[in-house]
Design a protein around this ligand. Structure first.
Ligand code: ADP
Length: 411
């Protein structure tokens, strides 16, 4: 028998099935084959052990899940081999001993070291269930251990826990501030019109902040829900029109900061998109680009077909982002400079929303940035969304339309 995991349902294992269940002697060979095929194709790991902790059966799923913790015996040596010789994992061995001792169904989470260099894949968490194994006459002959991979579930649980902690933290700051100033007003500051006005304007700003956090959280959950319910609605629309709408929404902030907004997008470019969501993503990126640029600088929104994807890029020459932060900027509530961003009214959710919108279109978002050298945030939408062949033709000169006090030349 080869060491390939799918081969572990070979002849020697059929023999072991017969031993575990004498009734199987009478079963036609086809049924035994079916049983072996079912075990061999299960993603869950299944290990049958006798009362001396020797292996009666072990399917390919168990080998896959246990990874380096399971040694690849030949089929003949595997059946009848003591479990501790085949599986080198102290927790699983303890679990098996406990199951045999207690002789009743038990379950436990077991950590398997994968010895893989990638940081995210170093451990696998298995939920192990053990139950007594009886033969056809009802005599206790061993234990059946079933293993489920729960690594992803645990990761999701951690993400959820972090998210709840982050939301609580984000909400706490404005609420504490509102409460503090209301109490100060009630304690007498309300009598002084100048103080009262100042405190009320702080309260109003903090309330706006709370509102912005709620709006962003609701946006995120709406996109996720729509995506889960069979996807966001896509329609063939002009990308140029969507960019125009987004730039219009940012005109006020841009003018205030004397930033010029430019568009570089073929009029003919059409794509299957959700126009409202794509507009929201572009607004978030342009809003950031304005926030993190110096007065007088330019922000360009460029849409084009690159290779297989429709790319919408928002390019600024602002403060840029240190490379250590780049892998995390799309995470919820991640900020490079917390204090500054709160001052500027950021919720820390803008880029997470962009990422989710790109993913809801079947694409992804990315960033290139250099500290002091500006940033390019991109939304990559897969080829299937590109509706215009013209958009692939090289353009003669750069198509550009200015908004606000647009300057000449490129960035
Ligand atoms: P916020 O609402 O705080 O801006 P985002 O999710 O939009 O949150 O952005 C996350 C962080 O990424 C920001 O706090 C900021 O530090 C950084 N960032 C985003 N866009 C830019 C940009 N164009 N230039 C420099 N830093 C940026």
């Amino acid at each position: 028998m080869s060491s390939s995991p799918t081969d572990f349902s070979g002849g020697a294992r059929a023999h072991s099935l017969h031993k575990a269940s004498p009734a199987a002697d009478a079963a036609p060979a086809r049924e035994v084959d079916q049983l072996r095929a079912i075990l061999g194709n299960m993603r869950e790991g299944v290990i049958a052990l006798d009362l001396d902790e020797r292996i009666l059966e072990m399917n390919a799923g168990a080998f896959n899940l246990l990874g380096p913790a399971a040694s690849r015996h030949s089929g003949g040596a595997l059946v009848g081999a003591p479990i501790e010789q085949v599986i080198r994992n102290a927790a699983l061995q303890r679990f098996v001993k406990r199951a045999l001792r207690e002789r009743s169904p038990i379950e436990e989470t077991i950590v398997i070291d994968l010895e893989v260099v990638q940081a995210t894949d170093q451990e696998r968490l298995l939920q192990a269930y053990a139950s007594p194994l009886n033969d056809a006459e009802g005599s206790w002959v061993g234990m059946l251990v079933v293993l489920h991979d729960v690594t992803r579930l645990h990761q999701l649980e951690n993400v959820r826990r972090d998210f709840v902690a982050n939301v609580s933290h984000e909400l706490k700051t404005p609420i504490t501030s509102i409460k503090g100033f209301v109490e100060t007003l009630m304690d007498g500051a309300v009598e002084n019109p100048e103080d009262a006005r100042r405190f009320l304007s702080i309260i109003s700003r903090q309330a706006d902040r709370l509102n912005a956090i709620f709006e962003d959280l609701l946006s995120l959950s709406r996109i996720e829900q729509e995506n889960e319910r069979g996807g966001i609605g896509l329609e063939e629309r002009s990308v140029s029109d969507v960019v125009d709408e987004a730039l219009q929404s940012c005109l006020f902030q841009a003018r205030e900061k004397h930033i010029s907004l430019e568009k570089d997008c073929p009029e003919s470019l059409k794509a299957f998109i959700n126009p409202n969501l794509l507009e929201q993503a572009i607004v978030n990126l342009v809003d950031n680009a304005i926030k993190f640029s110096e007065s007088g600088q330019r922000v360009v929104v460029k849409a084009c077909v690159i290779g297989d994807s429709l790319d919408v890029q928002v390019i600024d020459r602002g403060k840029g982002i240190d490379r250590v932060h780049l892998p995390r900027v799309f995470e919820r509530f991640y900020r490079v400079d917390k204090a500054r961003n709160r001052r500027e009214g950021g919720t820390g959710l803008g880029l997470a929303i962009v990422k989710h919108i790109a993913q809801a279109h079947g694409g992804h978002a990315s960033v290139k940035s250099e500290l002091g050298g500006g940033s390019t945030f991109s939304i990559h939408l897969p080829q299937a969304t590109v509706g215009s062949v013209d958009a692939r033709r090289p353009r003669v000169g750069a198509w550009s339309q200015g908004f606000g006090n647009r300057g000449s030349g490129g960035l």
